[in-house]
Design a protein around this ligand. Structure first.
Ligand code: GDP
Ligand code: MN
Length: 377
């Protein structure tokens, strides 16, 4: 689960990591009394926000409500802005990148530090490889003093104790929250010391059972600032659905990763482009089918939906019920192409026929039809 900047910063604050003071502005509370200088930051989950114009500095010389309106009108990589974090502007002398994540091939946490933080970190990661330091951590020992001393020397930081406190707190958050990423980019060196400018925290969805209350609280906060018209990447921790967004116009749903990937390949083979892909998990039911269809259809670029089902444990009568419910109650205009076979196939097919929804035995034909329809629409 990806957290918004303001959510990440709340956690940072709790662990004693210095953050700017500030508050959240919702679309409904425009016209609040504000004192400059402020940094106004659109709260979105996608990266590259600054570059997309999602961050504005207000020095008091212009009308702040105009800036706020502009930010609320923005769409950053399809994501609508529904909340703005207003922060006291700080003077930045230097920017540093720090993150803790997993080195998946070694199954250990790794601390990544770079002297060239800021909005171009991806570019500098390619250009200045020697300026990025990867420090592998022993999960039983955590971050050791000598490792921190080593980095401080390399990146030339004066505030050693402050820096150490921040890194140790980041690691504590990483562990205690079961995070897969805790990132500060940038950490600013200011005339008054170190301060976090931006936060990115990603929690491991599989740890839901350990943090049920926290996940529910974070999800509730997120709901408040997301609206039904924006494309929101759904959370997958409360069911078995894996959702992957792409940038085409065909929605794809499968009941297994293998079939899904095969269908993805076939779609591109026939000249189509996938908008998003939902893999429902091997054992599933009509509710999950319905939810997947809703997820896929929530992206307004979807022009046709392809559902690829090979029932093993998964029952086709259940799948048919989910699809029928979706077409009757939620979807009026996106055409759906279903390839159905496997367990309880005959019952499922009969239900589909009774509801007048076409079904296909051949994957090739279903794919071709879905691609053709997406191109027409
Ligand atoms: P991102 O584009 O989503 O990564 O947004 P960030 O919060 O990292 O901000 C992008 C850039 O805006 C930072 O690297 C800073 O250079 C600048 N910035 C953000 N907040 C402040 C601030 O309080 N003071 C100053 N001087 N610059 C800021
Ligand atoms: Mn940033």
């Amino acid at each position: 689960m990806k957290l918004y900047e303001f959510q990440g910063k709340e956690i940072f604050k709790k662990y004693g990591i210095p953050v700017q003071s500030g508050f959240l502005i919702h679309a409904k509370d425009k016209g609040k009394d504000l004192t400059p200088p402020l940094v106004l930051k659109s709260q979105v989950l996608v990266g590259g926000r600054g570059k997309a114009g999602g961050i504005k500095i207000w020095d008091g010389s212009t009308d702040v409500s105009k800036i706020i309106n502009e930010l609320f009108a923005l769409k950053i990589k399809k994501e609508k802005v529904n909340a703005i974090l207003a922060l006291e502007k700080v003077d930045i002398l230097r920017e540093i990148y720090i993150s803790i994540t997993f080195n998946k091939s070694k199954s250990i946490p790794v601390l990544i530090v770079s002297t060239s933080g800021g909005i171009d970190i991806e570019k500098s990661a390619k250009l200045d490889k020697e300026k990025i330091y990867f420090i592998e951590l022993n999960p039983f020992l955590g971050i050791l003093e000598y490792q921190i001393r080593g980095i401080v020397k390399k990146i030339n930081i004066e505030n050693y104790l402050e820096f150490k406190r921040i890194i140790k707190a980041m690691y504590k958050i990483f562990k205690e929250y079961d995070a897969t990423l805790v990132e500060i980019n940038p950490l600013a060196i200011t005339p008054d010391g170190l301060i976090v400018i931006d936060s990115k925290i990603d929690l491991d969805d599989h740890s839901y059972f350990r943090h049920e209350e926290l996940f529910q609280k974070l999800k509730k906060e997120k709901k408040l600032i997301q609206d039904k018209n924006s494309v929101v990447i759904p959370e997958s921790w409360d069911d078995t659905i894996t959702y992957v967004p792409f940038s085409g116009n065909i929605g794809l749903i499968s009941d297994g990763a293998g079939t899904g990937l095969l269908a993805l390949d076939l779609i591109s083979e026939y000249g189509g482009k996938v908008a998003n892909f939902c893999e429902m998990g091997g054992i599933t039911n009509s509710e999950v089918m319905l939810k997947s269809l809703k997820m896929v259809a929530s992206d307004q670029s979807v022009k046709s939906i392809l559902v690829v089902l090979i029932g093993g444990f998964n029952r086709m009568d259940e799948m048919a019920k989910g699809i029928i419910k979706f077409t009757k109650e939620f979807n009026k205009n996106i055409p759906i192409f279903v390839r159905m076979c496997g367990t309880k196939e005959e019952v499922g097919k009969q239900l589909m026929r009774d509801a007048n929804i076409p079904i296909y035995d051949s994957l090739n034909i279903a794919v071709k039809k879905a691609v053709k329809k997406a191109m027409e629409n």
